[in-house]
Write a protein that binds this ligand. Structure first.
Ligand code: DQA
Length: 151
């Protein structure tokens, strides 16, 4: 396995980034965001793979298939953050360390968003910093890769 591989997973409705609720999620499309994240990753010699799905089962399948193929996961589970014990179990089963990212501050919105089924098992959670959270997650993992001497 390439030892510098990150899988970025985006959950439901994040395909509509730049179109949906722009005041909360901003103007940038997912396509452009991924382009920028890949550019940054390339500079850091990180192999960034990406996956987005609106389907809980497809997200679970992707996580299961990633076992031994990726070193870290960055995941924005979107609405499944608050509902999917199945996706949580999938991540636990593959034992891939991960960072949870949310564009909005899930703690300052509706009450039902304040619960995450991922935060307690994540390396860390970044939320409320807009799309910058994704870039910060890559920086954090890069540091870990350096510290683990796998780069
Ligand atoms: C989100 C927050 C979730 O509550 C919401 O369902 C999303 C996006 C975020 O990035 O802020 O779809 O994960």
């Amino acid at each position: 396995m390439n030892k510098n591989t990150i899988l970025l997973i985006n959950g439901p409705n994040l395909n509509l980034l730049g179109v949906r609720e722009k005041k909360i999620y901003g103007n940038i499309t997912l396509e452009l965001l991924i382009k920028k994240l890949k550019k940054k990753s390339k500079k850091l010699k990180i192999n960034l793979k990406t996956f987005q799905s609106n389907s809980e089962s497809k997200l679970i399948d992707k996580v299961q298939q990633s076992k031994n193929l990726v070193n870290y996961i960055i995941i924005n589970p979107a609405a499944y953050t608050h509902t999917s014990i199945a996706l949580r179990d999938a991540i636990l089963s593959v034992k891939i360390p991960f960072i949870e990212v949310h564009i909005s501050n899930i703690y300052s919105r509706e009450n039902f968003r304040a619960n995450s089924w991922f935060s307690d098992i994540a390396i860390g959670t970044i939320c409320g910093l807009g799309i910058q959270g994704y870039f910060l997650a890559i920086d954090a993992i890069y540091e870990k890769m350096l510290n683990n001497n796998i780069k």
